[in-house]
Design a protein. Structure first.
Lengths: 300, 497
């Protein structure tokens, strides 16, 4: 030990990310977040149903602007997220290592993969319309075109299990939804929310308009049912719905979502076996799109 | 679409079944005998055979234009449904293993036989449904054949459809269809399911089972392997048993939003893939620069086509204030020339309401329109004594809060609202939980695209309305359901992707 006193670290106050701002929970409460060995890491805000509703309001307000921006511009914003995440690689590697109980090297690789995933989806923004839409050769003198459009506000239950779930998994469910112009309200993994809350800091410095991504920590059993039954949420990604029963279970959430006919992406058959490092494909990218078909007569 | 009609003012031998007396038309009825032999009683079509129900309950299907019973048919029991699902399951292995090029040939055969028998099917459909023969002949049947022909061609090209090589079918598809386009909805469901290698159990609506049962004969003529297509008849209880069956991999439903919601709830937590095509309350938006004569034709086609029994019907007319009077005058004039009556008459524009229950619903909602303060107008026209009929009706002075502006009427009732600016038109058009279709009438191209971009609806018809094509994806936003039917998009509903 040196003779000077050991420097005392500055702890971070983890906050929600809603509407481009970093509020504490309206509950004024926090809960303890530990690493996989039970060691205390930080206190996370205990986001509530009210926080979830506020986040939906923010997400809805952001739909018009974000879905109206050009696909090229959305691509640049998503690429900017990759740049910002790359710059904070060490911080996220430490958070992922603690959240998932993996070694430093593995954690760094998972962060790299998360950066690369942003880049993958950044490139998709201005290509998906041609892949998912097109001209229809109808049997008559009509111009007939089908184009994909964003569904609107997507409630996302961030992955809570599987390889790389805490950051890479989160990015793998958030990026495809916003790449196509949706806005999202994310219930972060309840036990491992810190990488998600830190991602808010990256998004806030990436030219992403406020409200496009909203990140909530707290009890999934509170936040998820609020999103599932909310009249102003259009779709639901249940990646993290791994409770076998109770209000946060996939079946209960899907049943609640049926009242407003939300589009629902069901969780994997075995979420803990999910490998988020695997190539993502276009499944999630295409899940939160509506196909609009426009007809017009041709003639002189 | 209404076509130009021959006038017969000189001979004057026609029965006047329409408003006014400017044009008189001689009767031009299609022969009911062209529908072929209608049995007195029908069972189900399961495993390639017509079989009796395990239960004893029979339902009756009536000709809604005469209220005469056409036939009795079985009320499918849970046991019947189970038997059909097992037949479909048994057939699935061989059918899905068949090379796509061979599956295609069966579908091409079906398309051709439908074309060959289209007059028979058209007449049978008009008898059972009440829709004018002109529609079944010129719209429904050509589209049915085209749909099978289109998806036949996909069966051996699925590797190139955009989901990577060798996309797999789902298995057994449970399909429940409505009564408004019985055979066309059957085609929309069965053609893509079979092309992708699934087998099906289909339940037609309880007021219109006959063309589906006739289609079963076509499957036999086409030599379709046993169990690939199974038809189980019955009412909503049969449908519920089918959509809840644990051994189906796909549920496809077209019908009302409440039933669609119930099915979505029922399937929550399962791995069954679900597609829903539900209700609508489409806005048909007319700007002051629109070609008004064409717009009037489009409005009439939008709401009176198929007696308004169309989920994508243009049931809310949004007209720009500055042309409201001119447009409504022209619209009323045009409505006065609609001929309501015998569905088998080739000159009939508006046929019979499909059922007493539907007529009661339309009547109730129209009465609510009056009670809530909207002004009702309908042309004077004689309606036949027997059968279920409703005059083409329009309401003016409708507010967005009125039930007739919010609820799907599913009948020949048009609610007229007005707007001043394009932004207001968009707000009003989107002010509904539905999002199936919309119409835009304007001569300005940039405005069409601006509007089309902002309307939250799955199909937008600009300067036209109610156009359908097998290559063109159809389906809703919001509470009008999810999934698409038609085109390449329609394959996704039946593939494990």
């Amino acid at each position: 030990m040196s003779e000077t006193a050991t420097r005392i670290d500055i702890f971070k106050t983890y906050k929600l990310y809603v509407g481009g701002k970093f509020p504490r929970s309206e509950s004024g409460r926090v809960y303890e977040v530990t690493d996989t060995k039970g060691q205390w890491l930080a206190n996370a805000p205990l986001g509530t149903r009210k926080d979830a509703r506020d986040a939906v309001v923010a997400a809805r307000a952001a739909v018009k602007g974000w879905s109206g921006t050009t696909a090229y511009n959305r691509g640049q914003v998503l690429y900017r997220v990759a740049e910002m995440l790359q710059g904070r690689r060490e911080q996220f590697a430490a958070e992922v290592a603690a959240a998932e109980g993996v070694g430093a090297k593995r954690a760094a690789a998972l962060v790299d993969a998360a950066v690369d995933r942003w880049v993958w989806y950044a490139g998709w923004t201005d290509k998906v319309a041609q892949v998912a839409g097109g001209a229809n050769p109808v049997a008559g003198p009509f111009f007939n075109l089908s184009v994909p459009e964003p569904t609107g506000v997507v409630g996302v239950l961030a992955p809570r299990a599987g390889q790389g779930f805490s950051l890479l998994g989160l990015v793998s469910v958030v990026a495809p939804a916003i790449a196509t112009g949706n806005t999202v309200v994310v219930a972060a993994a309840e036990r491992a929310p810190l990488p998600a809350l830190s991602l808010g800091e990256v998004l806030a410095t990436s030219d992403l308009p406020g409200g496009v991504v909203n990140l909530l920590s707290g009890r999934t059993a509170d936040i998820a049912p609020t999103l599932a039954s909310h009249q102003d949420v259009n779709a639901l990604d249940l990646a993290g719905a791994i409770d076998p029963e109770g209000p946060g279970a996939a079946a209960a959430l899907e049943a609640a979502a049926a009242d407003t006919l939300k589009r629902v992406v069901r969780p994997a058959a075995d979420p803990s076996a999910e490998d988020w490092t695997a190539a993502p494909g276009t499944g999630r990218l295409l899940s939160f799109l509506e196909t609009k078909t426009v007809w017009h007569p041709m003639g002189i | 679409m209404a076509k130009t009609k021959k006038t017969e003012t000189e001979t004057g031998t026609g029965q006047p079944v329409r408003a006014g007396s400017l044009f008189a038309y001689a009767p031009a009825p299609e022969s009911p005998a062209a529908a072929g032999e209608i049995a007195t009683g029908y069972g189900h079509f399961i495993g390639g055979e017509f079989v009796d129900s395990s239960g004893s309950q029979a339902l009756k299907t009536v000709n809604p234009a005469t209220e005469q019973v056409l036939a009795e048919f079985a009320q499918g029991t849970e046991e019947d449904v189970d038997r059909a699902v097992r037949a479909a399951r048994k057939a699935f292995a061989d059918w899905s293993a068949l090379p796509g090029s061979e599956r295609a040939k069966y579908l091409f055969r079906i398309a051709r036989i439908v074309q060959e028998r289209s007059r028979e099917l058209a007449v049978l459909e008009s008898l059972d449904n009440g829709k004018p023969i002109r529609e079944t002949r010129d719209v429904d049947l050509p589209l049915v054949a085209a749909h099978f022909f289109y998806y036949a061609g996909w069966a051996d090209k699925l590797d190139f459809a955009g989901w990577g090589p060798n996309p797999r079918p789902l298995g057994v598809a449970a399909q429940v269809i409505p009564w408004n386009f019985p055979l066309l909805m059957l085609a929309w469901k069965i053609a893509p399911a079979l092309a992708t290698g699934n087998t099906v159990v289909l339940k037609p609506a309880e007021t219109t089972p006959l063309t589906a049962l006739r289609f079963a004969e076509i499957c036999r003529q086409a030599g379709l392997p046993e169990g690939v297509v199974n038809i189980v008849t019955g009412d909503g209880r049969t449908g519920a048993a089918l959509t809840a069956h644990p051994d189906v991999n796909k549920v496809a439903f077209t019908g009302s939003t409440p039933v669609g919601r119930a099915i979505a709830k029922q399937l929550a937590g399962t791995r069954t893939k679900l597609g829903l095509e539900l209700g609508g309350k489409a806005a048909n938006i007319v700007f002051d620069d629109a070609p008004l004569d064409q717009a009037v034709e489009g409005i009439v086609n939008g709401i009176f086509f198929n007696q308004g029994h169309v989920c994508c019907a243009g049931s809310r007319l949004l007209v720009q204030e500055s042309v409201q009077d001119e447009l409504l005058d022209a619209l009323k004039r045009r409505m006065g020339t609609l001929r309501v009556g015998d569905p088998l008459d080739k000159n009939t524009d508006v046929g019979a309401i499909n059922s007493a229950a539907q007529l009661a619903r339309i009547t109730e909602l129209a009465a609510a329109g009056e009670q809530e303060g909207a002004e009702r107008w309908a042309p004077e026209c004689e309606l036949p004594g027997a059968g279920y009929w409703f005059r083409p009706t329009l309401f003016t002075g409708v507010s967005q809060a009125h039930r007739i502006a919010r609820e799907e009427i599913f009948g020949p009732v048009l609610s007229v609202l007005t707007f001043r600016t394009p932004a207001e038109a968009v707000e009003k058009a989107n002010n509904t939980p539905y999002g199936l279709s919309a119409g835009i009438w304007t001569e300005k191209g940039s405005r069409i695209l601006w509007m089309a971009n902002r309307l939250r609806a799955g199909v937008v018809w600009a300067n036209t309305f109610n156009k359908f094509d097998p290559t063109s994806p159809f389906g809703g936003y919001k509470e009008s359901g999810y999934g698409r039917e038609g085109g390449r998009h329609g394959l996704e509903a039946y593939l494990d992707v």
